[in-house]
Write a protein that binds this ligand. Structure first.
Ligand code: GCU
Length: 719
């Protein structure tokens, strides 16, 4: 695509990437500025840029990301009749006749309105530095001014303006500073370069093939990747890892002789402030280096990692670092050499440290070959058992990446006790945007409220810090739900999960329903639909409570699983009951649930600090929604709602299925009101959701009726 023809600033399009950034290009991209227009625009349709694009906009500053800002502004103005101008030099402060100024503070004398804005004292005394990614926004004398200290701040500020729409230009507003709460906001792609015989191209992917890899190498259609980077920047994500945590033989080589592929992706993401990370195999010195060992104490192993890492940085100077899944589900790790995970992680951290990189070391370590007869082993305990004793032993550039729950991304779990147990370790919490256990992007399941609960959880009770505070030094990571599907995420409404993840990583205290509302406004701009109020009301009705709806018709009261083994979709109550995976519900004729108490069970409750340790220990105090995670109780056990466990199971399964039907009915009202392709795709998926919910309802209810012999108090049909 050619550069927008609007604007009268200096034409910088001739500058090469190297001139702009000092970073060499991996391979000259055919058209590095092109954005794929065939994929669904998601939350960046041209109409979302109307308020900004209809105005006279001045961009002040230089650098790769400022070029991106100017490109965006230029495109918006070309579409909506405004005017984009650019100043970059100290002697060129154009400031006449502008409605909006986006300026880097160190780019020479600021245009007059921006200089005035800078001199205005901040309300509430917030004069803390804006940092690398923050920005200041104000409006006075009919000019909206956005200031940043670094180019990324300008980019995030631009997308903030887009979100605000006309509000950004409506009334005077005092200067307000915006900064991300978490430094690294990262997506892990579980993408395989070579198609895996069981997992396919994208492990747990429900949106087609990989956007990065095809036929064993990096794809050439960089426009799609660029469009992705743009979407990520617009919701605040600043890092991705580009390959699966289960590192296969082909993927291992991305670190060495296949590094060009990674460098190429890094080039495409860089203009949007997204850094590339790589999942590596702990056994790389053996697999790739031909060494006899990968032992962290071996000097040749350390030298190998140092050398390989230096090569990576020579090629990709802003490379983010490594992601490692070690001693987990068959991946190699330090246990093979009798070393612990601090030694393993520090080995890679040592190689990365001279270059400023980090290692994301996953805490998802457990015995996946458990004997189901063994009641003493509890998978929920594993991460804490392995990692809590290592607190304080990790190097500063190790980020311990902890799944948010102690098990594995179920629809309901308590918060992992590891998060409170490691005050001297940098922690990142890991979410799963890809809906492995939450409907696989065939069911509507908006996960924002769930993540918000997790981020707001306070392990030491109401006066202590929240999960979001405890992870500020490490960040938030999620498994991406994106593929080469035209809607990006298979289910068009699953785009909202990706958007919400980015927004909550920026501001964990944001109201998830307000974030959803933002997503609705951006994705379905009022001017593009036949009936904006109907669209908004319908999307809220379908999505607001959809996570709880999914919970209602699937595994009850925090017990988890009950899914079909392997694929993890649809009901199979005993599918995992006699398996080696450590995921059991222990239902018998008298009751159901896992006894994780200190008094009579696995002792897992003891991994929490007070007050939760006592709350979870007690079947009377334990929150209903987690009862079966912590306790094995009789079917007649009374919940806080006053209902018995078995009656609750019946009631929620009937109610959840009815809600799925209602969602489908509501959605039908949008026929002819929104883009027919989106409407049709969602309608098809809602048919499947209703079918699957009915199957869940009937299998779960029948199972518990047959086990317990207790009839439904309301006499509904159970098989
Ligand atoms: C789940 C998932 C796997 C994945 C693993 C992980 O168990 O089913 O496909 O590899 O999580 O997080 O590493």
């Amino acid at each position: 695509m050619s550069r927008p023809s609007v604007g009268d600033g200096p034409d910088r399009s001739v500058a090469t990437d190297r001139e702009r950034t000092g970073v060499p290009s991996a391979r000259a991209p055919q058209d590095g500025r092109a954005v794929d227009r065939t994929a669904h625009p998601a939350w960046l349709p041209p109409e979302a840029f109307r308020a900004l694009g209809a105005r006279r906009v001045l961009v002040h500053g230089a650098g790769l990301l400022v070029d991106t800002v100017f490109d965006e502004v230029g495109r918006a103005c070309a579409a909506h009749g405004g005017r984009a101008r650019r100043t970059a030099l100290a002697d060129d402060p154009v400031d006449d006749g502008v409605d909006v100024i986006l300026a880097l503070r160190d780019a020479g004398p600021l245009p007059a309105p921006a200089a005035r804005a800078e001199a205005t004292p901040p309300p509430g005394g917030d004069d803390a530095p804006l940092g690398d990614e923050g920005f200041l926004l104000t409006r006075a004398d009919d000019v909206t001014v956005l200031l940043a200290d670094a180019p990324a701040g300008l980019l995030y500020g631009l997308f903030h303006l887009i979100r605000l729409g006309e509000t950004a230009f409506a009334a005077d507003a005092p200067p307000r500073r915006h900064r991300p709460a978490l430094r690294r906001r990262m997506l892990d792609h579980w993408d395989n370069v070579a198609v895996h015989p069981v997992m396919g191209q994208v492990e747990r992917g429900y949106a087609g093939g990989s956007i990065f890899w095809r036929d064993g190498s990096a794809r050439r259609d960089l426009a799609r990747v660029r469009a992705y980077a743009r979407l990520l920047a617009a919701c605040g994500i600043n890092a991705i890892s580009v390959n699966n945590v289960n590192v296969g033989a082909v993927e291992a080589r991305l670190l060495t002789d296949r590094l060009d592929d990674v460098a190429w992706i890094a080039d495409v993401l860089r203009p949007y402030g997204v850094r590339v990370h790589l999942s590596v195999s702990f056994a790389a010195p053996v697999l790739l280096g031909g060494l006899p060992t990968a032992d962290p104490r071996d000097a040749t192993v350390r030298a190998w990692w140092a050398g390989a890492t230096a090569q990576v940085y020579a090629r990709i100077p802003d490379f983010g670092g490594y992601v490692v899944k070690a001693d987990s589900e068959g991946q190699p790790g330090p246990f093979a050499y009798g070393r612990d995970h601090a030694e393993g992680a520090n080995l890679l951290a040592g190689a990365l440290a001279p270059h400023g990189g980090v290692v994301h070391w996953r805490a998802f370590v457990y015995d996946h070959r458990q004997d189901w007869r063994d009641r003493s082993t509890d998978r929920a305990r594993a991460a804490h058992d392995h990692f809590a004793p290592l607190d304080g032993r990790f190097r500063d550039n190790v980020v311990l990446q902890v799944k948010h729950g102690p098990m594995d991304f179920q629809v309901r779990e308590p918060v992992s006790p590891v998060i409170a147990a490691m005050p001297s370790t940098r922690l990142a919490v890991e979410f799963q945007v890809t809906q492995e256990y939450t409907g696989q992007q065939r069911h509507v399941c908006y996960l924002g409220p769930w993540w918000s609960d997790v981020l707001g959880f306070r392990p030491w009770g109401p006066s202590g810090p929240a999960v979001a505070d405890l992870t500020a030094g490490g960040g938030l990571v999620a498994v991406s739900n994106v593929g080469d599907d035209p809607f990006w995420t298979g289910h068009p409404l699953a785009q909202a999960n990706l958007y919400a993840f980015g927004r909550l990583a920026w501001d964990p205290r944001a109201d998830p329903l307000a974030v959803l509302d933002e997503w609705i406004t951006m994705t379905f701009p009022p001017a593009t639909t036949g009936d904006p109020e109907l669209v908004r009301a319908t999307l809220h009705a379908v999505m607001d409570d959809s996570w709880r709806t999914y919970e209602r018709y699937t595994a009850p009261l925090g017990v988890g699983w009950m899914v079909r083994p392997g694929v993890h979709y649809g009901p199979d109550v005993d599918g995992y009951e006699y398996s080696p995976w450590g995921t059991y519900h222990f239902a018998d004729r008298d009751g159901v649930g896992v006894d994780r108490t200190r008094a009579t069970g696995t002792g897992f409750t003891g991994q929490y600090p007070s007050p939760w340790s006592e709350v979870y220990e007690s079947p009377e105090r334990c929150p209903d929604e987690l009862l079966l995670f912590f306790h094995h109780v009789p079917y007649g056990h009374l919940l806080h709602t006053g209902t018995t466990v078995v009656q609750h199971i019946y009631d929620t399964h009937f109610a959840g299925t009815e809600q799925a039907r209602r969602m489908r009915r509501r959605w039908r009202r949008l026929a002819g009101v929104i883009d027919p392709a989106v409407h049709e795709r969602v309608a098809q998926r809602l048919d499947e959701q209703v079918r699957c919910a009915e199957e869940w309802r009937d299998q779960i209810n029948t199972y518990f009726f047959r086990k317990s012999g207790v009839p439904d108090a309301r006499g509904r049909r159970i098989h």
